[in-house]
Write a protein that binds this ligand. Structure first.
Ligand SMILES: NC(=O)c1ccc[n+]([C@@H]2O[C@H](COP(=O)([O-])OP(=O)(O)OC[C@H]3O[C@@H](n4cnc5c(N)ncnc54)[C@H](OP(=O)(O)O)[C@@H]3O)[C@@H](O)[C@H]2O)c1
Length: 86
């Protein structure tokens, strides 16, 4: 599956590593840009992108950000197609 993950903290990092290792196409983003994502997060094939890119053309979006940051990503999620699982 094509999976976009917002948040590369404790949970987002582990999901990125494990889902990419299982053969999924994984894009991952934080709030500071792809250049700030550590190489070990991407060690199994995940790709660092911007938050906008992470939610584009994917089957599933995983939100792994603090609850008080959710309002920041509402505009991105609003543009996700209705058949994408969030
Ligand atoms: N860790 C746990 O044991 C645990 C248990 C139960 C539930 N949860 C929940 O799971 C979620 C993730 O937890 P966590 O511990 O993995 O969080 P975390 O370690 O605090 O990491 C949060 C991540 O979210 C990113 N982020 C924040 N705002 C963003 C935005 N607007 N766009 C894109 N990325 C953004 C941060 O990137 P920047 O650093 O660049 O801002 C960071 O990579 C939270 O809602 C938490 O409450 C966690």
């Amino acid at each position: 599956m094509k999976i976009g993950i917002l948040g590369v903290g404790h949970i987002g990092k582990t999901l990125t590593q494990r889902l990419a290792a299982a053969g999924h196409q994984v894009k991952v983003a934080n709030s500071r840009g792809p250049h700030t994502i550590e190489a070990d997060v991407l060690s199994t094939g995940g790709r660092a992108v911007t938050a906008a890119e992470a939610v584009e053309d994917v089957d599933v979006v995983v939100l792994s950000i603090p609850l008080n940051r959710l309002p920041q990503v509402v505009p991105l999620i609003a543009d996700v197609p209705a058949d994408t699982v969030v």
